[in-house]
Design a protein around this ligand. Sequence first.
Ligand SMILES: [Zn+2]
Ligand SMILES: [Zn+2]
Length: 271
Amino acid sequence: MTTTPLTTPPAEPVTPLFFDTHCHVDYIVRNGRPLNDVVADAAAVGWMVNPGTCIAQLPDVLAVAEQVPHIYAAAAIHPTDVADQPADWQAHLHAAMAHPKVVAVGETGLDYYRPEQQAPGNQALQRDCLETHLDLARQYNKPVIIHDREAHADVQAILRNHPGVVGVMHCFSGDLAFAMAMIELGYYISFAGNVTFKNATTLQHAAQQVPLERLLIETDAPFLSPMPHRGTPNSPDRVALVGQFIAGLRSMPVDELATVTTQNAKRLFKI
Ligand SMILES: [Zn+2]
Ligand SMILES: [Zn+2]
């Protein structure tokens, strides 16, 4: 057993800077990392939103938010999970909307990436489910967290049919024109670690050009670690790497980017 020598100086206090608008802290904890360690590692992250993905794991998401004051929650069915939900999933989401730490409906959206999601029946179910989530967002006056993988046109068409609902395009994967179209509908654009990948030039162009007042950053941890950690499990502290990278693209100080993206996230999530 090792003990910390008394001569070790206290860790430098870190001023919380970053808002990680999308991290699955509940996944990281289920994968075996203690919640206290995840939070301690992310001392520079002053705010996080932990989105839900299915009814079975929603209690974990809420428990994380109940234990950590600066972690907020969202509740929804992830598009790749729509086929596996209990019949009363909507009742669970309605109940979650009353929870004081639930700041959004999310994550919902469309994911046409994997073969099983390319079956017409599954895609129709995903679209139905997204519409239900958008109605829920309107009913409870909460923003939505949109997951869009290989489904830009359908996402855009459905969001356009729900004017007045606002939210965030999480882990944005389109080009600048698509980002601007989403901003026009009232959405924020959130970039994740994939913006740092070498071949992501279209994404980098969008991250450089979107209006600063609509820009957000996230990790999507434990997925999508930014460079130089690509391929390893991600964690919320690495939102700093995403922020540094985008600050570099925009030739602005990282502190300023952190401040503005935090203000944006607080405005969106009403924190
Ligand atoms: Zn997602
Ligand atoms: Zn996610």
